[in-house]
Design a protein around this ligand. Structure first.
Ligand code: SF4
Length: 965
């Protein structure tokens, strides 16, 4: 429970019974309606929950009365074109995006200390939970020791980051850290962190009182929407927005349309929640729900248990919606009880939403939605999706023929462009032997080429254990020193080489996990085996899954098929699938094979799952096991056998598929609230590796010169209480001119660091070998690496240097322009205090929201980005970092103006009195001294953003506010 000071601008505070005789207050939406403001019962439930936050936080400054009135009068068919200031109740982070946020908080504390003030004034104002789940990789698998060995590797690779996070854990009161090896952020959120309603101690009429409000959040991971399945409003945001939310600032978003999906009927026998979410993804992708809320309702929605709803909520980013929301009903309360939440919590949750008249699944016609869509659950078919996009659903029996067709389809039409393929043709791969040095490919032909570097743990893979080789039938023992497998396999187009039960999307759903276990049991009992060429893995999103798989006795069957536990983390879902056997990689390369992965994840863009696997199919966990057994994707599982049993009889999917009643029986015996309580109690103490990590103590982080993962960013260098002035920019040079659709990954790549790039050279200068560079993603706590990595994506095209790729530009201070890296040019311009601009086309900053895309831009010295249009979050992140976004008039671009980067730019008309959306002038002086001017729109969209810009960004703005208190 937190302590808050409350305003009651609209006089809507009312009492309710929070259960067990506890009288408490809430901001009543029905009371708002009684005052003639809005018609609550017709509003989508998701809008009502956001409205409650706007009403409760209305203080006349951050949230104005007109914000309340505008949202209360939400017009389904024509939502107001206004930004909603949404103050969320809590924040969730994962470790990739969380580390730089904690670095910023630590840097703010250091700045406050330098000013002679108490650093503890820097404290998240809302609870923050960081779950370390993104770093574990599947290096070891198919062994009972895989979990332990992968965890060892994870701790070795990430020690510095983890040391830092441990400091953060003890330094901030409102910051809770869930260490590695516990679970995946969204599953942990669903099973443990989410409370449904939260409460705060307040003083009302001079009496200490309790006020309840809905649990709402934003998270720095796009699948934060999984929590929508529990009736909690929340979605993924960029780091800078999350940081603002942490420090009590609203998260701003445009008033959305809400698409109502009316669900009727029930899922048929044999159809899983995964099939349903793939169906919905395809359906809604076709309906263009980008930027909209989706709300599921109707008797079909009421029939779905919360884990099924959560699976559907999880994949909102894949169907494009901001949220995929399910209103609160009896199922929501039942889930809270079943997962060990206290009786007080469950009662408060139910009673609160009843008092708000928001309890129960809405039926058709009760709510006004912007768009109405009908979905009959009985129509959903067993499916997979792929091979490149989650929305490309394929009915299960059609997979074989679809794959064959895609194989021969031209590349330009989305196929693989292979001619005259004989799918029976396979290539023998010997799996004996050991790892090559430094990741180079081992040779299938020359065994003497296969060297091993015993010290290089990164190259070790333990391939199979306890899994008989198909030809010998012998058990293979797992040895951590025994690198790679024994045996042989045959690989061709469509061979399944990765079979991963992965991703919180599905591992949070006991019905599909138990179905996978039951299918494995039947397969083992019939004597079926998985080919040793398939890299099998099981990475659940919490230890509860292991508990019920053990209680039901199903884990041992999964183990026998190679689906041993590899870790509690994102693994294959985030692309941490680890290397394949080098001989397999070599064979794929040599014959240019279109090999396949099958996974229960949510994204399958090329190279996301594994760089050597071109066809990636999303599917339910039991289907992952089935395809691992079949070993290929060019198969019709409704007609063709997936293997032969021990007596040589053909075995079909229907022989192995568990019935609904088998699944239900197993679930009933295995799931108990006490298990959840036990496993989430004292999780920190249950992790000796984490406890062994030494960590510094104290309120201030002792920045270490020797660290190349954590470095104090310069955002608060020379910080003073005086905000800057908004003034014209003169004498600026172009650092880059880009075309359309430059993504945040172009601007700030997350992947590998090239040896010859500025970041690579820097790391080498620090004595770091290229094999230890790790990725940009893992070095987001170090501005020195990230700034050098900005605009360093190998695929970015700077039109100032036509025909080149990568972060190259021309430095124009002297003569004709000298070609050099963007980072080097920026540093040279900094020597002369030359301001910089970026010029770009449409949709600048699309793709994943990535805070370093804005932070790196700022640290390179870019003062303004002039684009034809901006992606929403990146635009706000630029303002959040004090970089001015300017928009060309329609039809104007750098190309239409004939700019080549040799010009000198000015931005005229900027002043202290600037207004959101105002037009200013972009002055352009060519080499020939000719001057031109173009009107450009200031894309600072709200009054608060003017403040952010004046202060040099959100962080200095908030810091000054805190120091003034
Ligand atoms: S498992 Fe996948 S969806 Fe879930 S948090 Fe990890 S990366 Fe995101």
């Amino acid at each position: 429970m937190t302590e808050l000071s409350m305003d009651d601008e609209f006089k809507t505070l009312r009492k309710f019974d929070a259960g067990k005789g506890r009288e408490a207050f809430f901001y009543s939406l029905p009371a708002l309606e009684e005052k003639g403001i809005g018609e609550m019962s017709r509003l989508p439930v998701s809008i009502r929950i956001v409205l409650e936050s706007v009403l409760r936080n209305c203080d006349g400054q951050k949230v104005r009365p007109k914000d309340v009135e505008s949202l209360a009068n939400w017009n389904a068919k024509a939502p107001a074109n206004e930004e909603i200031p949404f103050v969320v109740a809590r924040i969730v982070l994962q470790d990739f995006t969380g580390v730089p946020l904690v670095v910023d908080l630590a840097a703010m504390r250091s700045a406050v200390k330098r000013l002679g003030r108490d650093p503890k004034i820097i404290e998240p104002l809302v609870p923050v939970d960081l779950v370390v789940d993104h770093s574990v990789q599947v290096d070891f698998f198919g062994s009972i020791r895989a979990l332990e060995l992968n965890l060892d590797m994870e701790f070795k690779r990430n020690r510095e980051r983890y040391q830092f996070l441990k400091w953060g854990q003890q330094a901030f009161k409102t910051f809770q850290l869930i260490p590695p090896g516990i679970g995946i952020v969204h599953q942990v959120n669903l099973e443990y962190l989410a409370k449904g309603v939260l409460s705060a101690q307040v003083t009302i009429n001079n009496q200490p009182s309790t006020v309840y409000f809905p649990d709402t959040l934003v998270g720095t991971d796009s699948h934060t929407t999984m929590i929508n399945g529990l009736g909690v409003v929340g979605w993924g945001v960029g780091g800078i927005e999350a940081e603002a939310g942490m420090l009590g600032q609203p998260v701003y978003f445009l008033t959305p349309e809400v698409v109502g999906v009316h669900m009727s009927g029930q899922l048929r026998e044999g159809v899983t929640a995964t099939d349903l979410v793939l169906h919905i993804t395809q359906l809604l992708r076709g309906q263009k729900v980008v930027g909209k809320f989706v709300e599921f309702y109707g008797e079909g929605a009421a029939s779905l248990p919360v884990p099924d709803r959560a699976t559907i909520g999880n994949m909102s980013p894949e169907y494009g919606a901001t949220m995929g929301y399910f209103p609160i009903d009896q199922e929501s309360v039942a889930y809270l009880r079943a997962t060990g939440r206290s009786e007080e919590q469950c009662l408060a949750f139910e009673n609160y939403f009843r008092a708000q008249k928001m309890f129960g699944m809405p039926l058709k016609g009760e709510i006004d939605y912007s768009v109405d869509i009908d979905l009959d659950l009985a129509e959903v078919q067993p499916s997979v999706a792929g091979p490149k996009r989650p929305q490309d659903r394929i009915n299960l029996p059609d997979l074989g023929k679809t794959f064959r067709a895609l194989l021969e389809k031209p590349v330009r039409d989305g196929g693989y462009g292979k001619q005259n393929v004989d799918l029976r043709e396979k290539h023998l791969v010997e799996l004996n032997g050991s790892a090559p040095r430094n990741g180079e490919m081992a040779s299938t032909d020359k065994k003497e080429d296969q060297g091993i570097n015993p010290g290089d743990e990164l190259n070790k893979i333990e391939m199979v254990s306890n899994r008989p080789t198909p030809d010998s039938g012998k058990e293979i023992e797992a040895e951590s020193s025994d690198v790679f497998t024994h045996g042989r396999t045959h690989v061709g187009h469509g061979s399944v080489l990765i079979a991963a039960i992965t991703s919180c999307t599905n591992t949070s759903n006991p019905s599909v996990m138990i179905a996978a276990g039951l299918l494995a049991k039947k397969a083992v009992e019939r004597g079926l085996r998985v080919d040793p060429g398939v890299k099998t893995s099981l990475a659940p999103g919490s230890r509860v899954v292991s508990d019920y798989l053990h209680k039901t006795g199903l884990q041992k069957y999964l183990d026998q098929l190679g689906f041993n536990l590899v870790g509690y983390g994102c693994t294959t879902c985030i692309g941490n699938s680890g290397p394949l056997h080098p001989n397999i990689e070599k064979t794929i390369h040599k014959y240019d094979l279109v090999a396949a992965s099958v996974l229960s994840g949510n994204r399958n863009f090329e190279a996301r799952v594994h760089q050597h696997i071109k066809a990636n199919f999303l599917m339910s966990p039991p289907l992952v096991v089935a395809f691992a057994l079949a070993g290929r994707v060019h198969i019709n599982l409704s007609r063709e056998p997936l293997g032969k049993d021990k007596d040589g009889n053909e075995t079909f999917l229907r022989d192995l598929w568990p019935s609904l009643s088998e699944i239900r029986d197993a679930m009933q015996t295995a799931l108990s609230p006490e298990t959840f309580r036990k496993l989430y109690r004292d999780f920190a103490d249950q992790n000796p590796k984490w406890n062994d990590i030494p960590s510094s103590a104290g309120d201030i982080y002792q920045w270490e010169e020797k660290s190349d993962y954590i470095h104090e960013p310069p955002f608060f260098k020379d910080f003073s209480m005086e905000p800057g002035h908004i003034e014209e920019i003169r004498g600026a040079r172009a650092l880059g001119i880009f075309g359309d659709s430059v993504t945040t990954d172009h601007i700030s790549p997350a992947g590998a660091i090239k040896e010859t790039s500025p970041a690579g050279k820097y790391l080498k200068s620090r004595g770091i070998e290229p094999r230890d560079f790790n990725s940009y993603g893992s070095r987001r706590g170090n501005d020195l690496v990230m700034t050098r990595g900005t605009f360093a994506n190998v695929r970015i095209n700077n039109l100032m240097v036509p025909g080149t790729e990568g972060g190259v530009t021309k430095y124009f201070a002297n003569g004709e322009g000298e070609e050099m890296s963007i980072f080097d040019a920026a540093m040279k311009y900094a020597e002369t205090n030359t301001p910089l601009v970026i010029l770009a086309g449409h949709e600048y900053g699309t793709g994943s929201s990535r805070d370093w895309a804005a932070k790196g831009t700022r640290l390179l010295g870019v003062k303004a980005v002039v684009a034809a249009s901006f992606e929403r979050i990146h635009r706000s992140n630029l303002v959040g970092m004090g970089v001015l976004p300017l928009q060309f008039p329609d039809g104007t671009t750098a190309q239409s103006l004939g700019l080549d980067g040799s010009e000198i730019f000015s931005i005229v008309g900027l002043s202290e009195t600037i207004k959101p959306g105002q037009t200013v002038t972009l002055g352009i002086e060519g080499k020939d001294r000719q001057k031109r001017s173009v009107p450009v729109k200031v894309r600072i969209d709200t009054p608060i953003e003017i403040d952010y810009y004046r202060h040099g960004g959100i962080l200095p703005f908030v810091l000054r506010q805190l120091l003034l208190k």
